[in-house]
Write a protein that binds this ligand. Structure first.
Ligand SMILES: [Zn+2]
Length: 119
């Protein structure tokens, strides 16, 4: 994953982030939140080690994650939560597909697809 001095270790739990489909960094890259030129110098994290974002992943492949307290989606505006769930879940599905898409890294982000649709 990240190719800086810290290697591929999660900055939260310290364990290896072994696959791109478990990478919070790559999910945020797919979503356009991390620019390509910063990708190799950002800390790596597991999806579940960044629950503030991962709570919006709604997908059969992802065990739902609840965040207690003020930043949990249960206490947020339902319209905002629905929009975030749509956005982040689309990014997650893209992330899951990356190993089979044969894309180069600059083509990973969702907005780069020619028709704007998921494969
Ligand atoms: Zn972790």
């Amino acid at each position: 994953m990240a190719r800086c001095d810290e290697g591929y270790l999660c900055e939260v739990c310290g364990r290896d982030v072994a696959v791109v489909t478990d990478s919070d960094l790559y999910l945020r890259f797919v979503l356009g939140e991390v620019p390509l030129e910063r990708l190799h110098c950002q800390p790596e994290r597991h999806l579940r080690c960044n629950p503030g974002l991962a709570q919006y992943i709604v997908d059969p492949a992802f065990e739902p994650l609840a965040v207690p307290g003020d930043f949990g989606k249960a206490g947020l505006d339902p319209a905002f939560v629905r929009a975030e769930e749509a956005r982040v879940s689309a990014g997650y599905r893209r992330l899951l597909a990356i190993p089979t898409l044969g894309l180069s890294v600059p083509e990973y982000p969702l907005h780069v697809t020619p028709d704007g649709e998921l494969p």
